[in-house]
Write a new protein. Structure first.
Length: 202
């Protein structure tokens, strides 16, 4: 199956904006499209905020199956992912490509949005894979953070203003794409408490 990079990127962006419009994180959509295009058997998206903290946002096929890859990334630290696209062979994990998505500061900057996407498979990635990922980086860096924050602001703008400070913290982290478990860890809460706060908001 031949993947036309421009078609794949446009489909991915359209589906991501549709997910955001429906109030869902775009991460699962992005990694799903990239995994399919590159025939990767596992993929993940992590939120990064400039520290060496990684928060798992989305995983394909599951969080348990990408855990070794997530742990490898955490050992390396954020500084290891400064290039947009980095392809390597990792013993025990196979061939892995890491894609850094940072908000494009030439456009209006979006604070608090940064992602590292990792895709793994047994076979090596070729130059066509790198080119596809390079082609996807620019629109993802420009459009994805902007769309995520715009939809988050719209949801907050229509919400009842009787939101507690803690509920606002939960909502801000949710808008950045964090899962309830990551929000709970970040705010030192239980996932059940996070769900309770979200229930109060919505």
């Amino acid at each position: 199956m031949t993947i036309v990079p421009a078609d794949m990127v446009l489909d991915m962006l359209a589906d991501t904006i549709d997910a955001l419009n429906k109030g869902r994180s775009g991460d699962a959509t992005v990694i799903g499209h990239l995994a399919k295009a590159l025939e990767a058997d596992r993929a993940l998206s992590v939120y990064v905020d400039g520290t060496d903290t990684f928060d798992l946002v989305a995983a394909v096929p599951s969080a348990a199956e990408v855990q070794p890859l997530f742990e490898h990334m955490a050992r390396l630290g954020v500084a290891a992912f400064q290039q947009h696209v980095n392809i390597e062979h990792v013993p025990g994990l196979g061939h892995v490509v890491f894609v850094m998505i940072r908000p494009d500061h030439e456009a209006a900057p979006v604070e608090g949005f940064g992602r590292i996407i990792a895709l793994g498979r047994p076979e090596p990635y070729d130059e066509a894979s790198r080119q596809l990922l390079e082609r996807a980086c620019r629109p993802l860096s420009v459009l994805w953070p902007q769309a995520a924050m715009a939809f988050a602001k719209e949801r907050v703008g229509h919400a009842d203003y009787n939101i507690t400070g803690r509920e606002l913290q939960v909502l801000e982290l949710l808008a950045k794409g964090l899962l309830a478990t990551s929000i709970a860890a970040r705010l030192d809460l239980s996932p059940r408490t996070v769900h309770k706060h979200l229930g109060n908001i919505y």
